[in-house]
Design a protein around this ligand. Structure first.
Ligand code: SAH
Length: 259
């Protein structure tokens, strides 16, 4: 795969692109690209242009656009994480790893037990998302929303989405309606101290089902990453292909159980 950069201002009809700043340093100084070498340029919203380096100068690098490329790296599942704010740089980890796993939106929320109640790191988090998008070959950069409250998020969830609240006390495990075709899934993971009973009730009233990730207590960041992988497996593009289904693999058995 050629190296990838994100330039949000590109359009499908661009013929040449000028690269400056951080992207210039990456292509010229880190990768040391020479004229003729290929670069994929993403707009972060689904467009990818195939380009080649024309020249690399001191102040900028010029790319010739060869055409639009089709990278199929986006999952059919639209996956949204509602994450209780975490301390230190744990949000970075969650954003980076869930981006690799195909998350589409992240809502950092202040909850009753949040030890962090605001953040000046939004720009940094958005850069982490952009960097992970580029690195993982995705086309769309996940949206990292402003820090908000649970009620704000509940207010903007449309009908028909699957809604799961991961809860460490959940004895019944993770009982997902696997036979349901689910193009949109929201999942909630608490801060270090977990959700309060009130918050769980409030989410249930909004149609969230509670789900467990085993009997062990996971760190919040582990739960967020595991949650993304599980939901992509069941509803998104980590699911088995048709050929795997006929081989009697675990995936095949899972599908039989669902049918
Ligand atoms: N307060 C808890 C830990 C909370 S863990 C305690 O110390 O006992 C932080 C978040 O991770 C939880 O709110 C939940 O969303 C998620 N989580 C951790 N372990 C989990 C598990 N076994 N099943 C489901 N969710 C879990």
């Amino acid at each position: 795969m050629p190296p990838r950069i994100v330039l949000t201002s590109i359009g499908p009809d661009d013929r040449e692109l000028t690269v400056t700043g951080r992207n210039l340093r990456y292509l010229r100084d880190v990768l040391r690209l020479a004229p003729g070498e290929e670069v994929t340029v993403l707009d972060g919203r689904g467009l990818a242009l195939k380009t080649v380096v024309r020249r690399a100068g001191r102040k900028h690098l010029v790319l010739d656009v060869m055409g639009i490329c089709s990278l199929e790296t986006e999952s059919p599942l639209r996956l949204v994480l509602i994450q209780g704010l975490l301390k230190g740089d744990k949000m970075d980890l969650v954003i980076q790893k869930t981006t690799e796993l195909g998350i589409n939106e992240i809502f950092p929320v202040v909850t009753g037990r949040s030890q962090v109640r605001f953040s000046r790191k939004l720009d940094h988090w958005r850069r982490v998302a952009e960097e992970a998008t580029r690195q993982s070959g995705r086309l769309s950069v996940p949206e990292v929303h402003d820090v908000c409250r649970l009620e704000d998020v509940f207010g903007c969830i449309g009908d028909g989405a699957l809604k799961v609240l991961f809860h460490e006390g959940e004895e019944k495990g993770l009982d997902l309606p696997v036979q349901v075709k689910c193009p949109v899934a929201y999942y909630m993971v608490g801060p270090e101290g977990g959700f309060t009973a009130d918050e769980v009730q409030q989410a249930e009233a909004e149609g969230f089902v509670t789900g467990g990730l085993g009997r062990r207590i996971l760190r919040a960041e582990t739960a967020s990453i595991a949650g993304a992988a599980i939901l992509q497996f069941v509803f998104g593009d980590l699911a088995p292909t048709a050929s795997a289904l006929s081989t009697g693999s675990t995936a095949g058995r899972r599908s039989e159980a669902a049918g």
